[in-house]
Design a protein around this ligand. Structure first.
Ligand code: GLA
Length: 355
């Protein structure tokens, strides 16, 4: 199916946005800390044109479904169309001078959904980029990321950070995107040629993810209250006064974030020095902290991580919001064949992807 098959005219604007893998730095973004993601080849593409039918008409290739609407009210049962409505709502809200213009929209995507590689952020960034081109609003990539976050936080109602939207909007494939989530200053760093990053899909769909994610979010906000700071991400390990946190569970969650921020800074140094051993070690430590202190892993995921390391990876960890989804492994390219051969004993080749 193509745009023309559905709407019987040609599209006038096309744009796209990629999914991301987070190399290290989990649940640090909304605490004002650091992250180090990179772009994947998977992407979502949006095509649009104006229509005269006095309604918005949106077709999703993934859901093989068309939805028509005239207002931007959210559904009561979390439908995919809410993301589109949310983007339109936020976009028009920022551009009150632009008259409501009915559109045809065709959405296609190669991104596996619900696996922690930010399919929803890529969708929002792609829609906002396309609207930006169509209406010539000349937004910067950073501003598009901020609007996309607004859609998820204010319209959809997920307490996410800014990492996914920023890297999806600004990132470059095979470059690590070091982001200070408070100032939004970033650096794009070349990934050394001999480093291979591979994803393995645990095939665990994170249905319960949003509620668990929001719970972690609230626990970290609680930790900030205990410590009397605005952002947990501003606390260095040496300044971290554990005695101030009078709750064992909150303390564990906070420990993960404080130590994880330090690991992201060290990981950035090690990528600049092309030190694959240190980077791998930091990934392993990150996974342990994410699994033990943050309780965000699952048995299937832990098994992939263990097998990956036993197969020769320098490091491996669960990537993304947690509770299933993809793992990411770092392997020296000279040993990829061996690593793959071993992993294929346990996992299907369709679940293993090169970054
Ligand atoms: C999700 C959120 C991000 C970030 C990660 C965890 O992907 O959208 O903002 O918090 O989880 O690192």
């Amino acid at each position: 199916m193509s745009f023309k098959d559905i709407f019987h005219i040609d599209y006038s604007v096309i744009n796209s946005a990629h999914a991301r893998v987070n190399l290290i730095g989990e649940h640090t973004d909304y605490t004002g800390g650091y992250v180090l993601p990179s772009l994947l080849n998977f992407k979502t593409t949006i095509q649009i044109s104006k229509n005269q039918n006095k309604q918005y008409q949106v077709y999703s290739e993934h859901f093989t479904e068309q939805k028509n609407f005239t207002d931007f009210l959210k559904s009561t049962n979390n439908e995919w169309i809410d993301y589109v409505k949310g983007c339109l709502f936020v976009f028009y809200d920022e551009n009150k001078h632009i008259p409501n213009t009915h559109l045809n929209m065709f959405i296609s995507s190669t991104i596996p959904m619900g696996r922690g590689i930010s399919s929803s952020s890529a969708l929002c960034v792609a829609i906002l980029k396309t609207l930006n081109d169509f209406f010539n609003t000349q937004y910067s990539e950073k501003h598009i990321a901020i609007l996309a976050q607004k859609v998820e936080r204010d319209y959809i109602g997920v307490s996410g950070g800014i990492m996914d939207q920023m890297v999806s909007s600004i990132g470059i494939h095979r470059k690590a995107f070091f982001l200070d989530c408070l100032s939004l200053k970033f650096e794009l760093i070349d990934i050394p040629e001999e480093w291979g990053f591979y994803l393995v899909d645990s095939a665990v769909q994170r249905n319960l993810r949003d509620s668990a994610y929001n719970e972690r979010y609230n626990q970290l906000k609680k930790a900030e209250e205990f410590l009397g700071v605005e952002y947990l991400g501003s606390i260095k390990p040496k300044q971290f006064d554990e005695n101030k946190i009078n709750d064992k569970l909150i303390l564990k969650r906070a420990k993960h974030v404080v130590s994880e921020n330090e690991r992201v800074i060290q990981a950035k140094q090690s990528i600049l020095k092309k030190d694959i051993k240190i980077f791998g070690k930091l990934m392993n430590e990150s996974h342990q902290s994410y699994a033990r202190d943050f309780d965000a892993s699952t048995r299937d995921v832990d098994l992939i991580v263990d097998r990956s390391i036993a197969s020769g990876a320098e490091g491996a960890r669960l990537t993304g919001g947690g509770f299933g989804g993809f793992t990411v492994s770092l392997i020296n390219k000279n040993f990829i064949q061996e690593w793959k051969k071993n992993m294929l004993k346990f996992y299907d080749s369709k679940n293993i992807f090169e970054v």
